[in-house]
Ligand binder design. Structure first.
Ligand SMILES: Nc1nc(=O)c2c([nH]1)NC[C@@H]1CN(c3ccc(C(=O)N[C@@H](CCC(=O)O)C(=O)O)cc3)CN21
Ligand SMILES: O=c1ccn([C@H]2C[C@H](O)[C@@H](COP(=O)(O)O)O2)c(=O)[nH]1
Length: 283
């Protein structure tokens, strides 16, 4: 929690105003942030200085794991977070590749589970990583990348957290995740949870101990209409200790994640938090 607050404070103190064309808003911006999550100690990185809707963040991750490309599927497992990008962005609404209401196009999980091969067919990046890790193999390329510039024109948004690189040291699994662009008040609250849970789940289904998750962010920003709430509300509050995450131990395989897992399979213990803050969202 302290590293999150330190990043917020750093943006406020040292950030530079950058005009963003896509949203038409200015962002207070810093470059480069390195965050670490102790999955081994089960220090769940939930924001405590406001209420965090952590189930929605996990639901988003499960949607990526399943390769969802539709905001309705995300809603069905418990998160409304893709509604706006699928249905309210003018450029995407006018895009000929959009297949109708709620379609997100070839984003995130589609690339992770079905990266199109030039000769036809597709690559299931996640399956390959799971299969290798299960056999104790780390070929130094246990990478899942959602970043496919050849298909950006076929999706509603370029992936922000774009690459997840797993590593094995003995029987301990590590994750290094890369993010090109980060909406610190809204997105990072979710992305921290997702990096933590991705490592915890992958360790559980491949039979390893979870180690540390490293989260590397390039452009970290606060939108102009979020700044007042950040400075005068959230940064005025004292954080509480980290809660713990409990994952249903019956989740044993990738197929389990693809089929029966719901948000009821995740529980958080000891979550003390300050009241909710509703930050504006930029489409
Ligand atoms: N501008 C922007 N920021 C983002 O963080 C973001 C995007 N766009 N587009 C794609 C996804 C969607 N994500 C989102 C979208 C909405 C919330 C959000 O509104 N969160 C609220 C509550 C959500 C709920 O009720 O479940 C929050 O207070 O955290 C968070 C992340 C993260 N990403
Ligand atoms: O997981 C996510 C997804 C998106 N974001 C934020 C970062 C930016 O504010 C926008 C995306 O805009 P771009 O113009 O494509 O950079 O969404 C996030 O923080 N986390």
């Amino acid at each position: 929690m302290n590293q999150y607050l330190a990043l917020c404070q750093r943006i406020v103190d040292e950030g530079v105003w950058v005009e963003n064309e896509r949203t038409g808003k200015r962002c207070l911006t810093v470059i480069n942030a390195d965050l670490e999550y102790r999955v081994d100690n089960n220090e769940f990185p939930l924001i405590t200085t406001r209420k965090s809707y952590w189930k929605a963040a996990i639901a988003e991750l499960i949607g990526y794991i399943r390769g969802y490309d539709n905001a309705a599927d995300f809603r069905a497992i418990g998160t409304p977070t893709w509604n706006a990008n699928a249905n309210l962005n003018e450029a995407w609404l006018n895009n000929p590749y959009r297949k109708g209401e709620d379609d997100m196009g070839r984003v995130y999980g589609v690339q992770g589970r079905a990266w199109a091969k030039p000769e036809g067919g597709s690559v299931d990046q996640l399956r390959k990583v799971v299969d290798n890790l299960k056999q104790g193999i780390d070929d130094r390329g246990e990478i899942i990348s959602f970043y496919n510039p050849g298909e950006f024109h076929m999706g509603c948004l370029r992936p922000c957290m774009h690459t997840h690189n797993f590593s094995l040291l003995g029987d301990t699994l590590y994750l290094t995740s890369f993010q090109r662009s980060c909406d610190v008040p809204l997105g990072l609250n979710f992305n921290q949870i997702q990096v933590f849970v991705f490592l915890a789940l992958m360790a559980q289904i491949t039979g390893h101990k979870p180690g540390i998750a490293y989260h590397k962010i390039v452009n970290a920003h606060i939108y102009e209409d979020q700044l007042d709430l950040m400075v005068n509300e959230q940064l005025q509050r004292e954080p509480f200790p980290s809660p713990q995450l409990e994952i249903n131990p019956d989740i044993r395989t990738l197929e389990d994640l693809e089929t029966w897992v719901t948000m009821d399979d995740f529980k958080v213990h000891g979550y003390q938090h300050h009241p909710a803050i509703q930050y504006p969202f930029s489409v």
